[in-house]
Design a protein around this ligand. Structure first.
Ligand code: BGC
Ligand code: ZN
Length: 374
């Protein structure tokens, strides 16, 4: 069967690869779930992998099948798969797999302390940009039929969910934390999904991002009842004077210098959540005394977040369902850029690297209405 792969270490090596079709028995203990891939989203990580800045092939292979934002339909299940996962149902598989750290042993490999980590479509494990995959049911999450149009957004949603869920988890230390105001930095897919998650938790929302409004992303923020501000027009200090102080700030800009500005404007007892994967080596001068003083006197927290746990997948499904009810049609508008099939991998990379207006680029691997093939 067909797959989109790269040769890790070689720039722009994206190509079609022929790989064997997996079988439900490839997973031990009768826990295999064979899934027909319907849609796969791509993001900056896939771009970096194709640029040979990131990613590694599984041992024994010289190629890596990419794609981690998956959505598919169950074709066949092993005898020990829970009955929430059944042929014909829609599912999304998670990305990271346990290594040797204790966190993997309790299902929280998103917190691994290992230097090497295993992520499908990213590092040492093949991904989902192919026709079928098989996975252990522990890593497969069922979605209701009503999410079939937007289910491909679940994996990026879980990244936003982990960030906000942990902000609340951390703030249980305050006994009476009642956040009112959230600031999201960045208005790409993750920023928009963080904005959605903040609104669904009843927070007043401000989104700060580089482009000047109005444009599609600023309108999407307004549709959530949020206020959009361009950082070309106003500094974060000015945005905070008008809309803050912020109890929660979440960064998804990919531009690390902004986090120091955010640290300065974070409200007392506030949390600053960092989620940008910045592979570069940018350096900046910061107001270190001022930031330190405000963190100390304000009991503030800065926390990094990567990947997601099963709980974040479950809250992600809940939030997608809620978003469809409260903001009808909003999620669909994120799906700006469909790519017609695995053969069109060139179009996929072009859209990912050149289409500045795209929010989510995703490959239509098979028809959503397709009958499950066994
Ligand atoms: C993925 C995460 C992954 C991270 C680091 C992101 O693009 O969505 O699941 O943990 O990259 O590789
Ligand atoms: Zn990703």
């Amino acid at each position: 069967m067909k797959a989109i792969a790269v040769t890790p270490g070689t720039r722009n090596s994206i190509h079609l690869q022929d790989i064997p079709k997996p079988s439900v028995d490839d997973v031990p203990a009768g826990k295999g779930v064979l899934v027909q891939v319907l849609r796969v989203g791509v993001d900056g990580t896939d771009k970096e992998i194709n640029d040979a800045e990131y990613g590694a092939a599984p041992p024994g292979d010289d190629f890596l099948v990419i794609g981690h934002e998956n959505f598919g339909r169950v074709v066949e299940v092993g005898p020990n798969v829970p009955d929430t996962i059944r042929p014909g149902g829609y599912v999304v598989a998670s990305v990271r797999r346990p290594g040797s750290s204790i966190y993997g042993k309790i299902g929280l490999q998103d917190f691994t302390t290992d230097d090497v980590y295993y992520e499908r479509g990213i590092n040492l494990l093949h991904g989902y940009l192919t026709e079928y995959y098989v996975e252990d049911s522990d890593y497969v999450f069922p979605l209701p039929e009503t999410l079939r149009e937007v289910g491909v957004l679940l994996e990026p949603t879980t990244v936003a969910e982990k960030g906000i869920n942990h902000a609340y988890e951390i703030q249980r230390r305050l006994k009476v934390w009642e956040p009112r105001k959230a600031l999201v930095l960045g208005s790409g897919t993750i920023g928009l999904l963080m904005a959605m998650a903040a609104r669904l938790r009843g927070l007043e929302l401000t989104v700060a991002s580089l482009p000047q409004p109005p444009y599609r992303n600023s309108e999407l923020v307004e549709q959530l009842g949020g206020v959009y501000a361009s950082t070309q027009d106003r500094s974060l200090a000015e945005i905070s004077a008008a809309r803050g102080p912020f109890d929660l700030i979440m960064d998804a800009t990919g531009f690390s210098p902004i986090i120091w500005e955010a640290a300065e404007v974070l409200g007392k007892n506030g949390v600053l959540v960092l989620s940008s994967i910045t592979g570069g080596n940018r350096t900046v001068e910061i107001d270190s005394d001022a930031i330190n003083l405000s963190f100390v006197l304000g009991n503030k927290v800065m926390v990094g977040t990567v990947n997601a746990s099963p709980a974040d997948f479950r809250s992600g499904v809940d939030d997608l369902i809620k978003a469809q009810a409260i903001f009808p049609g909003w999620l669909d508008q994120l799906l700006t850029t469909p790519i017609a099939g695995l053969d069109a991998y060139d179009d996929m990379i072009r859209a990912l690297t050149e289409d500045r207006e795209a929010i989510k680029v995703f490959v239509e691997v098979a028809d959503n209405g397709a009958k499950a093939v066994s």
